[in-house]
Design a protein. Sequence first.
Length: 408
Amino acid sequence: MPDYAIAYEWLMFAVRWLHVITAIAWIGSSFYFIALDLGLRKTPSLPPLAHGEEWQVHGGGFYHIQKYLVAPEFLPEHLTWFKWESYWTWLSGVMLMALIYYVGADIYLIDRNVLDVPAWQAILLSLGSIVLGWVLYDSLCKSPIGESTTGLMLVLFAILVAMSWGYTQLFTGRAAMLHMGAFTATIMAANVAMIIIPNQKVVVGDLKAGKVPDAKYGKIAKQRSLHNNYLTLPVIFFMLSSHYPLAFATQWNWIIASLIFLVGVVIRHYFNTRHARKGNPHWTWAVAVILFITIAWLSTGPKIAGSAGEEVASRAAEPFLSAEHFAAASLTVQTRCAMCHTAEPVWPGVFEAPKNVILDNDIAIANHARDIAMQAGYAHAMPPGNATEMTDEERALLVAWFREGSGQ
């Protein structure tokens, strides 16, 4: 029977793998259909009720695609529904958030220098904010504001900016960025599950019953699909941000998160315009580069702690602080790891503590006991290339210390 820590690590790896696979499938189909929709052409040879067609070549064959705003006169028995990609991307994302940020709330979710609350309260704040995002967005789309594409996007952007700031007042910088991704991805997945697919089912049901479907259902679904298209690139950034402290470990992280939405919008505008054969707006890339340079400059601002950190011990850290081998483990970490994992790294070429993990004091080391044991004990991933020459005996010591503190 493998150690709990190893089994748990592989569980997280499996869920992360699932999340990436399903996200690729969802994003790929989303980008494809937006490009297809924008590239449709009206031709004299179109059959009745057809809105447009597109000829494409791929994999050695030719594809002739026709789109119907409502449906053709004859509806085939077999229909391919593009929905499970989005459902499983969201479900696997929730599982991953629970495994990392909820199970490890004392380390990854809560910064007690920002908001000192029990783990269960932080988790409720997390879940409540994500649900609130969908309710606000859906209400806006169904309100008179939703009739104006520009007006709706401006109001939505204001909400996203407010949430970017709000999350930094609740959680660690790393968790704040991740929550912006979850907040936005939930809107996208709910658009599919609660608007797009139900509307399509209404249309199919009407056709089977011999009724003429209302075109409004297709119009509403297309609006939500377009929103998803523009929100995709920022979500990818937020999912990657946890690996880059320069994005989340600065006091301007909420402004960085806000600007990323603008970068995503202008990049998607470029591709959408090209696919619609309406020009080649190169200016969008100039804007995106300027915004990204601004983001890079903001990242050089004052840094913030990435976890409950050096000053406050998490509740989960207490058993590791009192473990028999703690003193020796702490000395090992500060000798072999702290030259990089400190507020001002002294190792040549390292300018920021990797992932903003600080390991230059006892409390910080106890807070990160599991990561230390996994990266430098069970595995030999740290130090990179064993640059500080950590011995096998020291690695075994870290594992023994972790097992003591975790009760294994």
